[in-house]
Ligand binder design. Sequence first.
Ligand code: NCC
Length: 276
Amino acid sequence: AAKLSPEKLLCQLRDRVNVTMIQGSDGPFGTSEWQQYLPGKSLNETVGSLGRCAVVSSAGSLKSSHLGHEIDTHDAVLRFNGAPISGFQEDVGQKTTIRLVNSQLVTVEEQQFLREALYNTGILIVWDPAPYHAEIHEWYRKPDYNFFESYKSYRSAHPEQPFYILNPKMQWQLWDILQENSLEHIQPNPPSSGMLGIVIMMTLCDEVDVYEFLPSKRQTDICHYYQKFHDRACTMGAYHPLLFEKNLVKHINQGTDEDIYTHGKVTLPGFRKVGG
Ligand code: NCC
């Protein structure tokens, strides 16, 4: 049970979660070496102001959803990590405007990340689980995964593709709001890529449709729509506070329960459309 009204919660998200990308003015990134790697334009300048956006979770329940066409009608589509399109267009669409990847993928799966064509479409954003409310310097010295070299290699190979590093402050600003609105104590682990992606799109778009973050009638133990692997924790969470994220998103949903049940679809307002 969330404590705030949906309207108040939206205002809190808008006012307290600062969605920014790492820039030269951020402490350790102020070197001439980093200036060669960080994108010259801000994310806002790169995407402009967007109308209707879609966030596509990687859940197994997208399989056989036939949501591909509906997803592609949006002005922009955000996807996660290694979620593929090829062979799955019917269910997940084919447009990719932004791909949000975690630092584990960029580091541990570096070879695939540098090689696979999947990552060459759209704007890339990488995030890393920073220590709770750590200063940029502290995080820079001790990231969860040291993805910086891999980031530089990717930037050298694809200098034209916008590729941002999410400012890690955001994840804990969001986590604090999740904790304040939950009756239980939440493990201090950062929100999932899914929740971060939703809030990123709420800053860029007028309206955000989120697919299969809240599971539809197709809910399944199959982790991803693109793999045969079963694990309930993918939908319910283990490391990430997924259940709390999903309760919060359900609370601020402006769509219908019917849309959740049939399409796994939630509709959220962009922060520009949030009053008060
Ligand atoms: O699985 P993952 O997430 O890439 O999924 C992206 C987002 O979709 C939502 N999701 C996914 C599956 C499911 N059944 N239900 C869902 O709601 C979640 O919001 C999820 O965030 C991640 O968040 O970055 C995560 O990444 C993977 C993995 O690192 C990447 O896929 C790269 O290989 C993590 N899995 C493991 O570490 C094994 C996962 O815990 C979180």
